[in-house]
Design a protein around this ligand. Sequence first.
Ligand SMILES: *Cc1c(COP(=O)(O)O)cnc(C)c1O
Length: 400
Amino acid sequence: MAITKEILTTLAQQHDSFYLYDQAGITECAERLKGAFPFASFLYSVKCNPHPQVLQTVFAQGFGADAASLGEVLLAAENGLTPDQIYYSAPGKTPMELAGAVDKATIIADSLHELRLLEELAARRREPLCVGIRLNPAFAFDGGAAVPSKFGIDEEQALAFLRRNDCPHLRVTGIHVHLRSQVLSADAIGVYYRNMFALADRVEAALGRTLSYINLGSGIGVPYAPTDTEVDLPALANMLQGAVGQRKTRIFIETGRYCVCRNGVYVTRVLDKKESCGKIYVILKNTLNGFIRPSVARMVEKYAGAEKPAGWEPLYTGRDSFGFYPLAGETTRETVDLVGCLCTGTDVIAENIHLPRMEVGDILVMTNAGAYAAVLSPWQFASLQKPAELFLRADRTVLA
Ligand SMILES: *Cc1c(COP(=O)(O)O)cnc(C)c1O
């Protein structure tokens, strides 16, 4: 990572709280993925971090866009991506949103109702329309029985639709499935990939022709806690290659967090410090309202009672997902609660944490703040000033 203590100290003189994203790190992660899967194409899930320079960096690596809204479709199009590089997949798209996206993106229908809307849209335009369909397959991520989902069309219903073939203007050219995020076991993802190609066979049988793309969704996780291990990408690539076999279909892998999660930090400042009934509170700028995930983690762990509460992405990943590093370099330690400056007792990011001693004015750095960080935080709460989002270019200059 190119982010150094010196860079952070300088920036902290101008900003009480800020995100900093590292272009060199993002590029390196994108290259690692491409290197491991030379036979696949990648789509960046814009929703995890749509910062303009982050988008430019991943798109410059040849990534297309996994767009979750019309807004994200337009962002990707403004960055020069073409309709065959932008895949618009989300539940509950409106007729207006579909009309706004139709010339800019490949639309992935999320329901039978949406297929009807798309048929009407194509009929009005008097043009055939190529669409993808998002499926809720007849298997779970781990290969077990299907589970109910608000996403996509149940496989059985989708196959019946394809056999009926009663939307004359639509041509289904691809499928999309995304069942799980943040999986660290290559074997587990490999099982899912194998099942995906069996699904593609069933879809092609119902269609009576081959698909032009199979979008495998995400799944590839990143290590958050110190005990987490990297996904074995070469092993996973081998399994995927085996599952692809002789197919000529284009393969998409989506990823949000892989490229950016580790390549972003959140930096905040100690505003005040006090002792109450024997407990030491370190009061920080913009925590729950600036980087909500550590606060959500405290809440989940407080109420779940379990030793290892299950992840619920992107709000909760697991214990110890975020590192807290005071920058001052103090060697004596003390046990403190890290809290924010909001007028609510729930604005807590760590309780009874043993850290190098911090004083008012000191800087605290939090890790894993590149994905689902700035975008998830409730900035409107209490009308405080929101954190800056800064970008460290590969040439070491910082863009505000
Ligand atoms: C959010 C999302 C992703 C990204 O997941 P990551 O775990 O960040 O890689 C991929 N596909 C879909 C459909 C999503 O909604």
